[in-house]
Ligand binder design. Sequence first.
Ligand SMILES: C[S@@+](CC[C@H](N)C(=O)[O-])C[C@H]1O[C@@H](n2cnc3c(N)ncnc32)[C@H](O)[C@@H]1O
Length: 250
Amino acid sequence: MSDIHLTNSDSRSQAMQLAWKDGLPYSSEFQDVYFSSDNGLLETEYVFLQGNDLQRRWQQPDLTHFTIIETGFGTGLNFLCAAQLWLAYAPQHATLHFVSVEKYPLSLADLRAALALWPQLAAFSATMLHQYNALVHKQTINLYEQRVQLTLHIGDATEQLTRIPNIADAWFLDGFAPAKNPDMWQHALFREMAAHAHHDTTFATFTSAGDVRRGLIAAGFHVSKRPGFGKKREMLCGSFSGKMIGTPHD
Ligand SMILES: C[S@@+](CC[C@H](N)C(=O)[O-])C[C@H]1O[C@@H](n2cnc3c(N)ncnc32)[C@H](O)[C@@H]1O
C-alpha cells in the first residue's frame, strides 16, 4: 500500500502542495508523479537530453548560445541535468538559457527535500537552491560562473508563452501525464511551441499519447516515436518543420 505524506505548502495561492508516495515527490492534485519511479535522473537524461541530441549539439566549437524552453519546472531535475551536461560539453564562453514555465511552483523546503534524492547533483542543486527565492521573485538568475541563465515564468504554460520572447533551440515538453493534466496538453500549447521555434528546433517528451502526437504534427513538427523510458513503451521527439499544417483553431 502506498504511503502519502503531505509536507508544508508554500503560502502563495498557486503553490503546489507536494506529497510523497513510495519515497518520491507526488502531486495529490494531479494524482501523478514528478518523475519516473524507475529512476528520474536516468529518465531525464534519456527522454530530454538524449531525445534532443544535446550532447552532440553542444560540442560544436562555434556554439555561443543555446535556449531550452520547458513546460513544468517541477523539482528542477531537468534543469540541473541539462546544466550539468552543458558545463561538461559546451564551449567555455557559451551561455545556456533555460526558460521554464511552472503553474504551481514548489516551496523552497519542498524543492530541497525533492532534490536531496540526487546526491550526485548536490553541488549543482545547492547553487540553484541558494538562489531559488530570488528566481521566484526576480524571474531570472545567473548560475555556474554565468555560464547558465535560468528564467522561471510562473503561470499556465500556454498563457505565459504568449508573452515570452525567447525562441527555443530545444523544447522539454514536460508536465503531468496528458490523461491527468488535459488542460495543459492543448493544441494551443503546441502552436505556442511552433511560434517559439526555428528550423533546427527539436523537442522531446516522455509521452506518446495520440492527441499529443497529432497536435504536434498539426503545429508543424516532424514527430518520431522511440522506445520510452522504464515502463513506458514509447516517447516522442522530433523537430520543427518550419510551418504549421493545421488550422489555427485545431
Ligand atoms: C512531471 S512535473 C515536471 C517535472 C520537472 N520537469 C522536473 O524536472 O522535476 C510536471 C510539472 O508541470 C507543472 N504544471 C502542471 N500544469 C501546468 C500548466 N498548465 N502550466 C505550467 N506548468 C504546469 C506541475 O506543477 C509540475 O511541476
